[in-house]
Design a protein around this ligand. Sequence first.
Ligand code: ADP
Length: 247
Amino acid sequence: MNDTLLEVSGVSKSFDGFKAINNLSIQIAEPELRAVIGPNGAGKTTFMDIITGKTRPDSGHVVWGERNISLLGMSEADIANEGVGRKFQKPTVFEAQTVRQNLAMALKNPRGPLAVLLHRKTPSNAARIEGIAAEIGLTDSLTRIAGELSHGQKQWLEIGMLLAQEPRLLLVDEPAAGMTVEEREKTTDILKRAAKTRAVVVVEHDMEFVRRLDCKVTVLHEGSVLAEGSLDHVTSNPKVIEVYLGR
Ligand code: ADP
């Protein structure tokens, strides 16, 4: 059963009087794969900044988990400890370390005291690293130096490092940017697999990539939800065609 994990309701945020986010309401279930699309300046980055605690909204609510706690006012570190992971556009891995060492370092930094306790009861680090490597398609690259990986492989490694932190919600910013066609295909597989057991929200420009994700789509425009549903549903909406596709 899918339960609501994140409930953003009536959130607004202005910068110097300009409404970047305007009465935005979005619900994300667990598990779920969701694509958030919209033209430049639609508010996608600010949306992620608000969820992760980087930006404080002027009004509205951001409610999390079965305890219905508010993420507003919590520090970025505390929100991360709650299980919100964020993948920025550029890959950030330890270039001089192997893939295995990168994943091991991510495991060594569990996301909270509870995770440390649970850690002792869960499979060994070696088994966990191998499990994550399989999830991100890097089983054959565990001994390779991360700096020698392709752009796509570095992105997958960073996704793996985030998965090692056991997020309940993973926010991913334009993962397909700069990837080859084959890398894009593998990335959709990785994200779909990851979203079977957690919430994954993908902010993306590339419509072909969004089509491959084959998930519910939320279209943002001027800081609000313009349309929501399947990609075919939203792209047949005349308002979306006008503002997003520019026709
Ligand atoms: P997107 O990620 O969809 O391109 P953003 O969330 O980055 O959109 O931006 C939404 C709007 O808010 C844009 O018009 C942008 O210029 C403005 N904006 C975002 N952050 C700031 C900021 N820190 N100061 C001023 N304006 C900002």
